[in-house]
Design a protein around this ligand. Sequence first.
Ligand SMILES: Cc1cc2nc3c(=O)[nH]c(=O)nc-3n(C[C@H](O)[C@H](O)[C@H](O)COP(=O)(O)OP(=O)(O)OC[C@H]3O[C@@H](n4cnc5c(N)ncnc54)[C@H](O)[C@@H]3O)c2cc1C
Length: 441
Amino acid sequence: MAWDFSTDPDFECDLAWVREFVDGTVIPLEIAGEGLNQRQLDALWAPFKQQVKERGLWAAHLPPEHGGSGMGQLRLALLQEVLGRSVLAPEIFGCQAPDSGNAELLAAGADEAQARRWLEPLLAGHVRSAFALTEPGNSGSDPTGITTRCERDGDEWVINGRKWFASNSSVADFMIVMAVTDPAAPAHRRAAMLVVPCRHPGVELLRDVGSMHHPYSGDGLMDRIGGHTEVQFSNCRVPLDHMIGAPGDGFVLAQKRLGGGRIHHAMRCLGQAARAFEMMCERAVSRVTQGKPLAKHQMVQDMIAQSHAELEMARLLVLRAAWRMDHSGDYSREARREIALVKFVVPRTLLAIVDRAIQIHGALGYTSDMPLEEMYRTARALRIADGADEVHKQTVARELLRGWVAVEQPSEYLPARRRRAGELFGERVRAIRAATAGDAA
Ligand SMILES: Cc1cc2nc3c(=O)[nH]c(=O)nc-3n(C[C@H](O)[C@H](O)[C@H](O)COP(=O)(O)OP(=O)(O)OC[C@H]3O[C@@H](n4cnc5c(N)ncnc54)[C@H](O)[C@@H]3O)c2cc1C
């Protein structure tokens, strides 16, 4: 299959605009919003979201029939790479997690009435959403073990259980909850997805859990996006039409949601890593020690060369995965290995590069006078969120090992290879030896 590394000029033009907009407007906006609550932030951000909509780049991850620009994964990768430079940019471009994944889930599973009710306002940016799968009492790496229950009672579903890390629930309008409809069904047919308003009888938003990103949010609720909410459902009732798809469809819908989301994170990691790399280079040529700039010290050069090499490798992996997704019918199945690969490789690359950037800045890098320490804390989550590294490595290994069969003896076992070589060429080798017997002397 042909490989093409060029980007068409029209899209290059869009990328140049995005780059300027992110660096010149969105990155300063990050700081301008410090200390504001979510309502104030929404008012601050609104005109810039409008600019993105007018430029036709809003919700770019979705196909046009669902209100996105339908640019495909490869172009999306290039766009997300630029957006990744700022943690705020995905919000300003309408493609922030968890809304982006939820929109993909609704686009895949909602009927017309549900799409009108939840997908359209979500895409327009009029509402926020959360996704509640993970439970404090069960391993999120194996969602077949979730225990939050959903039982039918007349015209309603009744939900009971506890979730956490339902990110943004404290400021969202609705959440999509994964709950068990039939505990006796086969493991991947046990659960369903339901839309539940965040402020609703039977829903208790307990706290936004303190984390590496927000260490001091403690026991309360944050009043802005970024909180990881713990939620209790106690006889929470929703009408039957709040279920997306049928009972048992939960895992299929979860895959649709997570496949895209995982690679979007990887794409954005590249942008964060590039920003850290730029800081590293700027400091290396600016700071002098032992009579010369850091950039002239070989160990610093090693860090810079190594970071560049790792970033380029990660970028190629991401672009290849995106290209593969564009050429697959059902990418959540056909590009599963490529997506899993970038999911565990790229966050590690980002962490390594940010770590080196901190090192080159010395004490300054460790302080909150530079964005590097926050970048490091935020990036660390990506080795866990959307599936721990180990789970994705397992997927890659499983896919690679498919088709390999057990053998009694390694194919490369040398005594056996020597025997076989003898059978194939022994006579010829003996003849050559006999003919050239006197030559050696
Ligand atoms: C910042 C952040 C945001 C999140 N947002 C959301 C959200 O919006 N909605 C939501 O539902 N969840 C969310 N999560 C939860 C996330 O999806 C889970 O944390 C993740 O799936 C891992 O589940 P767990 O925490 O229960 O870890 P566990 O499943 O308990 O795993 C713990 C550790 O065990 C190891 N491990 C697990 N499986 C294997 C294996 N097969 N082989 C070897 N080792 C293994 C890994 O080292 C893993 O880190 C978020 C998490 C973070 C950190």
